[in-house]
Design a protein around this ligand. Structure first.
Ligand code: URP
Ligand code: ZN
Ligand code: ZN
Length: 468
């Protein structure tokens, strides 16, 4: 079934122009002025609207088993909510338990993700090291469409990667043409700080940010970057929350190092005052790692995006409901870490980025889809409105207004970190694989309609500087 989007203005990362778009067989078939309506086509009148590549959220955790529970959003509910917000692809994480085969974990997540309503891909976690991990990384790159491996430098005792693991895995990633990614927090420091703070009698959610100050993140980001420098491999830092980590990235980039940084919509607009709220549910609802930061950090993160030192935006969509957050009542260390916002990223970035003049519309496309597509080797299949690209499109109404609320959102979580936020600019239509799946507030999604998207390796670099 074909779709004609007529009368809109196409916004790509590189330019803005007026044109119609025809989609068929899941692809963009034609772009031009005054295109004829194909027989039987669904017609979307995009007059006064922007036609942009669907968002790519490079950081989600659907149905993740974590901290004694499982995130409340499964691949179907989560990707449906993503589509309602104009995001047409997610990259989730297959995270093996310590000692578990990384291929087994990948297979498990592939099976879970078959329920997805939109396209998806998987980063694979490296949580331990051994000969089989070394071997299986190659299998995943060669046969599994994986070109990125994730390392948690935090979460001691759960899935923390120490320096030995980082070095082994980064070297292997380089050989395979894959990119290492890191959650940058010094897990040893967090563990000790948590203990100290708890023993001082601070047991509520306000203890969470105290145990993970910005220096903890800055140190880890810098360490990962310097390990990557020595091993001559690119590195991608997920969820950068503070000036200290941003400075480490900026410094390395100025030195010519290939370092990428991701920022979450939440960290751009929410600050750490949320942890001092006396309502446990409210404060615990914001417990995630790294935490929300004091008010001087969000403006620095916006500057990082504007300067191009942070290239992507994600959500780290990791939903826990009130009963799950209650696991940490009386001990902040046991509050499941995570917040959800896969549906809101695009509208928050538009409202607080484009409408404030911080970002141009083209920069909005860069940081919501095109850069992620390029960094993770999905471009130009994703991240651009071009003939031959996948028909993953958002038709954007820049004047539509709404107020974000957990009562009305599509996400399977009873809380919103953006509760009450006034938005101007939302999707009027979302098209996924050539099908109109969201129209003026109404979802028409299909379980399992999404497809796994292979991400081929980057060409391995020939001039390895290491002599050892
Ligand atoms: O608190 C968070 N971010 N939970 C999800 C796991 C992670 O660290 O990304
Ligand atoms: Zn993380
Ligand atoms: Zn995460």
């Amino acid at each position: 079934m074909s779709v004609l989007i007529s009368g809109g203005t196409i916004v790509n990362a590189d330019r803005t122009f007026a044109a119609d778009v025809i989609c068929d067989h899941g692809r963009i078939m034609a772009i031009g002025e005054d295109l004829e309506t194909p027989d039987g086509a669904t017609v979307i009148d995009a007059t006064g609207r922007y036609v942009m590549p669907g968002g790519i959220d490079p950081h989600t955790h659907m149905q993740l088993p974590f901290m004694g529970t499982v995130t409340s959003e499964d691949f179907f509910s989560g990707t449906s909510a993503a589509l309602a917000g104009g995001t047409t692809m997610i990259i989730d994480f297959a995270i093996p338990k310590m000692g578990q085969s990384i291929i087994e974990a990948y297979d498990t997540w592939r099976e879970w993700a078959e329920q997805s309503a939109c396209d998806y891909s998987l980063h694979v976690g490296i949580t331990w090291w051994g000969d089989s991990v070394h071997r299986d990384m190659e299998t995943l790159v060669r046969d599994g469409g994986v070109n990125s491996f994730k390392h948690f430098m935090a979460y001691k005792g759960i899935n923390m990667a120490d320096d030995e693991i980082l070095v082994s895995s980064f070297m292997r990633a380089r050989e395979l043409g894959a990119i290492p990614t890191v959650h940058a927090e010094n897990g040893e420091l967090v563990d000790r700080m948590q203990q100290i703070i708890f023993e001082r009698g601070i047991t509520g959610p306000e203890g969470h940010p105290l145990s993970r100050p910005p220096a903890v993140e800055g140190e880890a980001a810098n360490r990962a970057i310097r390990i990557a420098e020595v091993l001559d491999v690119p590195v991608y830092i997920v969820h950068v929350t503070c000036r200290e980590a941003l400075d480490a990235i900026t410094r390395a980039r100025l030195e010519g190092q290939r370092v990428f940084g991701e920022v979450l919509a939440g960290h751009l607009v929410v600050d750490d005052s949320v942890y001092r709220n006396e309502d446990f549910r409210f404060a615990a609802g914001h417990v995630m790692s790294p935490p929300f930061r004091s008010a001087e950090h969000p403006p620095a993160l916006w500057q990082g995006l504007q300067a191009g030192n942070l290239q992507t935006t994600g959500t780290d969509h990791c939903c826990f409901n009130a009963d799950q957050k209650a696991l940490g009542k009386g001990d902040f260390r046991a509050i499941p870490n995570g917040t959800g916002s896969v549906e809101n990223r695009m509208e928050v970035l538009w409202t607080h980025g484009v409408r404030t003049g911080r970002l141009t519309m083209n920069e909005f496309v860069q940081v919501t889809s095109a850069n992620a597509a390029q960094i993770f080797n999905l471009y130009p299949r994703k991240g651009v409105i071009a003939t031959g690209s996948d028909a993953d499109i958002v038709v954007w109404d820049p004047d539509a207004t709404k107020v974000i609320s957990a009562k009305t959102h599509h996400m399977n979580i009873d809380f919103s970190i953006f509760e009450g936020m006034e938005i101007t600019g939302t999707p009027s239509h979302t098209i996924s694989r050539g099908k109109v799946v969201f129209t003026d507030g109404k979802l028409d999604v299909e379980r399992g309609a999404g497809r796994y998207v292979d991400r081929p390796p980057y060409a391995p670099v020939a001039n390895f500087r290491q002599t050892a």
